[in-house]
Design a protein around this ligand. Structure first.
Ligand SMILES: [Zn+2]
Length: 471
């Protein structure tokens, strides 16, 4: 009841609460469900996110598609009208919904008219808790998941994957380093019993967060307490999937992508060092610095690449930071030299302080308009749940402001202490090579043709000799 009182106070002070976007009222229901409510600025609309704490990373390589398969199954319908009937009910309420499974969570995303917010939440709760899981529905969901993943995972595809053909550079390196599963996850062998177990074990209120941003119904807190609040909590079980085995990887590799073309890509990967004394925001700022440094060097000074840039990609507990450039295949050696010179110079001298401060100020300024609208805010809360405490999300601008040049230099020194991993992606042949091959093949064919003509000519000549003798 205490939470309802708080909630009523929140709803009574709507305009002021909407101002600070990082402030959101959070309530922990008795069954462990976390509720986040935020009065928004958009009229007559609510953005709803139900975040369930289960994702691919909670399972071993063979079972990774389980949460994704269950996500699809939960849209298969509440009665004989099936998937279509369920969708019709949402249409009748004027809402739209979808769901996404990631490494860390499964999230149901809804945009709906404010006047129907309780009815929409009713439908969501029914789909999550009352959908009957049957073999026939599992079959359909399995086919959908397989299609989403690029079709049935055949033996040939598995073999091609193992030859690193057609795999992008980040994934190839992550597999080689043992940061991700070698085979693509497949829904093929997963059973109904396994899916039911996932729902039973993970779709528990103490593993869920419900976020509602927008024009909040005054009865919403009482409604949530009466409905979602009635779900039974589940005793948390051991979550850790079997750990992948870390391995060493080749420092340099060329990955063949496609048959013919002059375009190529250079990627230079570095494993982000795990340094507790450095704030996480330092890596965001470094990425912005590298974006600019690569643009300046590879595009403005050397004219080698149109859109060079850097990227941070998490794989489990590790992150690969990459320096990337799109190139002409003939320019690969020159671009490698340029990137090598850049990283060596940064490792030796550190960052240019004026550039660092200018870029940092720009990133901080962008925070002011980075989140737009109630849906954007709901998505932001979803992504930042780990940073929520005492009614407030941590301020990303403040975190960026606190990063010093000395910390950024320390991070660069540690990052480039390792030579990193070079991956070049290019088609099997360039157009020049293809033209040379075609010319060579044409000449060869002409020579063979000529040889054949001569041989036939000689045979005819031999046959003709006795005839000429009889004349
Ligand atoms: Zn899907």
């Amino acid at each position: 009841m205490r939470f309802i009182l708080f909630a009523c106070l929140l709803l009574a002070s709507l305009p002021s609460a909407a101002l600070d976007r990082l402030q959101a009222e959070g309530y922990l229901l008795n069954n462990g469900l976390q509720l986040l409510l935020k009065p928004g600025n958009d009229r007559a609309h609510v953005a709803i996110r139900l975040v369930v704490g289960v994702g691919f990373a909670d399972f071993g390589c063979a079972d990774q598609e389980l949460p994704h398969l269950l996500e699809h199954l939960l849209f298969s319908g509440l009665d004989d009208s099936g998937e279509g009937g369920l969708e019709e009910r949402m249409q009748a309420l004027g809402g739209e919904w979808n769901a996404f499974t990631s490494d860390t969570d499964t999230t149901f995303v809804i945009e709906a008219p404010a006047r129907n917010q309780r009815k929409v939440l009713d439908l969501l709760l029914s789909a999550v808790t009352r959908t009957e899981l049957t073999e026939a529905r599992l079959d359909t969901a399995r086919r959908i998941v397989e299609r989403e993943d690029g079709g049935h995972y055949s033996h040939l595809q598995r073999w091609l994957d193992h030859q690193d053909l057609g795999k992008d550079a980040s994934n190839q390196l992550a597999v080689e380093l043992g940061l991700r599963c070698a085979d693509r996850a497949s829904a093929a062998g997963l059973t109904l019993a396994q899916v039911r177990q996932v729902r039973q074990q993970w779709y528990a209120p103490n593993n869920m967060t419900l976020i509602v941003v927008g024009e909040l119904d005054k009865l919403l807190p009482a409604y949530v307490e009466r409905t979602f609040g009635e779900l039974a909590a589940v005793t948390p079980s051991d979550r850790s999937p079997p750990a992948l085995e870390r391995r060493s990887a080749e420092r340099e590799r060329t990955l063949i992508q496609g048959w013919v073309g002059d375009a190529a890509k250079l990627h230079w990967y570095f494993l982000e060092p795990d340094v507790e004394s450095l704030p996480p925001a330092v890596w965001d700022l470094l990425q912005v610095y590298f974006d600019w440094a690569l643009y300046k060097k590879l595009r403005l000074e050397e004219g080698l690449s149109y859109g060079p840039g850097s990227q941070n990609e998490p794989f489990g507990d590790s992150t690969l930071l990459s320096l990337n450039a799109d190139l002409d295949r003939d320019d690969i050696p020159q671009a490698r030299q340029a990137v090598q010179a850049l990283t060596s110079q940064l490792h030796r001298d550190g960052l240019d302080s004026a550039t660092f401060e200018r870029l940092k100020a720009g990133v901080i300024a962008r925070q002011a308009w980075a989140i737009q609208g109630d849906s954007g805010l709901a998505d932001y809360y979803w992504g930042a749940l780990g940073d929520y405490e005492d009614g407030h999300f941590a301020d990303p601008a403040q975190a960026l402001r606190e990063v010093t040049l000395a910390q950024a230099n320390e991070a660069v020194r540690r990052l480039f202490a390792d030579p990193g991993y070079v991956r070049v992606e290019k088609p099997l042949l360039g157009y020049d090579e293809l033209a040379t091959l075609i010319t060579a093949a044409t000449v060869l064919a002409a020579l063979l043709g000529l040889a054949l003509c001569i041989a036939i000519g000689r045979r005819r000549g031999r046959r003709a000799t006795p005839m000429s003798g009889t004349k």
